[in-house]
Design a protein around this ligand. Structure first.
Ligand SMILES: *Cc1c(COP(=O)(O)O)cnc(C)c1O
Length: 382
């Protein structure tokens, strides 16, 4: 058994990043300012996006995009239940109806085939999730959205650095990224809306800071315009310079992080191939680059003669941390009570929701750490 506890995720923060944060603290300008502007430019350039707006979270970004698109009562929004709750919560809070598309059993992503039968005359938006760092199959989804004249917004919280058919996620359409500490790169907390729609971006920019007609920080004035007026009521979801400068440092290392994550994931796949009770997710068949945000497996509870909770507890007692990404949204208390029949049409989501488990994966891990996880899994299942 390994002597120290291996968490399932741990951010990788360098000394230069800590120094850069300290320098912002010393600078006299710590909230949204030149560093946030620099981060927007650098992250958009990395994604090859036309533009991006930095925000305090991806959830805030989704809120602003739903608001900008006018999603409200009577509207239906198609999205997976196999995701983090934030998008579905916001759809509910907007007074709209979440419509869950079933996920593919082995990639956990929704597709044009699962979305199309759910489209009604009330469908106002489709939100696929790039799951665990893999890319959703966007070409058929984009075609469907175009034909039906329904906007498409990508939940790219897992997908900083993911590529689909040679294109970075974010370079086309509208994608929302997260920089929460568990994600592939972090700004402490943070998010970015990237889009090729300048009107949507300027609406997000206005809504993120009280509805003022100018940004939180005016690039030409090097400060905040005192003449700024509220054009329409807005929120306060701006990203601080303290966070942005950390994001800048992390962005410079993102390619290295993905390389490291890829090596570790390959080792897991190789070593777990002999373990019948553990079913990793499948790689989609279309061309893409996986950013390996998460290493998700499903426990064959029948074959293992063990439920997931016991499996996770046994690993924990062997100093291995695990996570659940995700307990399907429709199985959470509020959604069970308000949408009691949602699960009936989501067989693959339901099956996975009961068996899914995330293994430790972060850039600071070594191949020996992976081996210690696999050894512990084998011991637990023996
Ligand atoms: C983390 C996550 C979010 C939310 O990101 P925040 O920056 O924490 O708001 C949204 N969707 C998915 C799929 C996520 O994993």
């Amino acid at each position: 058994m390994r002597p120290d506890f291996l968490p399932f995720s741990r951010p990788s923060i360098s000394e230069p990043e800590i120094e850069a944060v300290a320098n912002v603290l010393r600078s006299g300008w710590i909230t949204t300012g030149p560093k946030a502007a620099e981060f927007e430019d650098a992250f958009s350039a990395y994604c090859r996006a036309e533009g991006g707006v930095a925000l305090c979270s991806a959830t805030g970004g989704m809120h602003l995009v739903l608001t900008a698109l006018g999603i409200g009562p009577g509207d239906e929004v198609i999205t997976p239940s196999m995701t983090w709750v934030s998008t579905v919560n916001l759809i509910k809070l907007a007074g709209a109806v979440p419509v869950f598309a079933d996920a593919d059993r082995d990639t956990l992503m929704i597709s044009a085939e699962t979305v199309e039968p759910l489209i009604t005359e009330r469908t106002r938006l489709i939100i696929p999730v790039h799951f665990a760092g893999a890319a959703a199959n966007m070409e058929p989804l984009r075609r469907l959205a175009r034909e039906q004249k329904i906007p498409l917004v990508e939940d790219a919280a897992h997908a900083a650095g993911t590529e689909y058919r040679g294109e970075r996620i974010g370079c086309r359409g509208t994608a929302i990224f997260s920089f929460h500490p568990i994600k592939n790169m972090t700004s402490g907390e943070g998010g970015m809306v990237c889009s090729d729609d300048p009107e949507l971006l300027s609406a997000v920019r206005r809504l993120k800071f009280h509805g003022l007609g100018v940004d939180a920080y005016d690039r030409t004035m090097q400060g905040r315009s005192p003449q700024a007026e509220v054009l329409a009521p807005g929120f306060k979801y701006n990203l601080t310079d303290i966070a942005a400068v950390l994001g800048m440092g992390q962005l410079k290392r993102l390619e290295g992080f993905i390389e490291k994550r890829t090596l570790l994931a390959r080792r897991y796949l190789e070593r777990l191939a002999q373990v019948d009770e553990i079913l990793p997710l499948s790689m989609p068949s279309y061309p893409m680059r996986h950013a390996w945000h998460l290493f998700v497996v499903r426990l064959d509870t029948k074959g293992a003669r063990m439920d997931r909770a016991t499996f996770m507890d046994e690993l924990k007692s062997r100093n291995i941390g695990t996570g659940i990404h995700f307990k399907a949204v429709h199985t959470q208390k509020y959604y069970r009570e308000t949408m009691p029949f949602a699960g009936e049409k989501l067989p693959h989501t339901q099956w996975n929701s009961d068996r899914i488990c995330s293994m430790p994966l972060f850039p600071g891990m070594t191949p020996e750490d992976v081996d210690s996880v696999v050894d512990a899994i084998k011991e637990v299942l023996a």
